[in-house]
Design a protein around this ligand. Structure first.
Ligand code: ZN
Length: 244
């Protein structure tokens, strides 16, 4: 499967870079994971948004759904759209107001922590994270290859990621904070991302939901120190592609 970064800043767009959004592709299937600000315009550089097969949302904070409404307008107003087709959007139902907004030119589909979900070529399981609003991490397995991609969504330190992300080929982790801010109520620090990557024995750690300020090389070095030398670590960046 192929992961393309559309936006990877936390909280708000800055200097022409958007917030959380990723395109995950396998076997001709196009899944958009979160839809933060500027992701729709970036997405258009990679494919026609009418060719999306589904969208999945970790939670309903603005930096993860800012472009969802305009994506729905795209589907509503684009002359080439087949009016019979609805865009499938998967979200949790613990915030009914936001979940109901998924119904429009799109169809809202609920996901649940206890149930494995199949979307196209992907099998997805969920784990609720530590965050001020309900948010889910996703473990996505590509059915044909067994390759594993884990996205933390937004989360403060949570030991159970050691199991949830076990042996992942790619672990995409919310790393909004530098070392020294551990046990935050909403986000990992670099040190925590590195420690969890190590306990989960992941092959590769990608730091995302990045801060607007500070030295990102330092963020990466802090994570590397905590993870040990055996784990490959990269910073997410717009347009970066990961073949998993
Ligand atoms: Zn959030």
């Amino acid at each position: 499967m192929k992961l393309t970064v559309l936006g990877c800043l936390g909280a708000y767009p800055y200097k022409n870079q958007g917030t959380t959004g990723y395109l995950l592709q396998s076997d001709g299937f196009n899944l958009l994971i979160d839809a933060g600000s500027a992701t729709l315009i970036k997405l258009q550089e990679h494919l026609d948004p009418l060719d999306l097969d589904a969208v999945i949302l970790s939670h309903y904070h603005h930096d993860h759904i800012a472009d969802l409404g305009v994506l729905q307008y795209y589907w509503q107003l684009h002359p080439k759209r087949n009016p019979e087709t609805l865009l499938s959007i998967y979200g949790h139902t613990k915030d009914s107001i936001h979940f109901e907004e998924l119904e429009n030119v799109s169809k809202g589909h609920p996901y649940f922590e206890a149930e494995e979900l199949k979307i196209g070529p992907f099998l997805i399981t969920f784990m609720e994270t530590i965050h001020p609003v309900v948010c889910y991490a996703m473990r996505i397995v590509e059915e044909t290859t067994g390759k594993v991609f884990v996205f933390t969504g937004d989360s403060g330190y949570l030991e159970s990621f050691a199991d949830f992300a076990k042996d992942a080929d790619l672990f995409l982790a919310d790393t909004y904070l530098f070392e020294g801010n551990e046990h935050h109520h909403a986000h990992f620090t670099s040190k925590e991302a590195g420690e969890l990557a190590k306990s989960a024995n992941v092959k590769k750690l990608v730091l995302t939901h990045l801060p607007q300020f500070g030295d990102l090389e330092q963020l990466k070095n802090e994570a590397q120190k905590a993870a040990g030398k055996g784990i490959d670590i990269e910073l997410a960046a717009v347009d970066k592609v990961f073949n998993i």
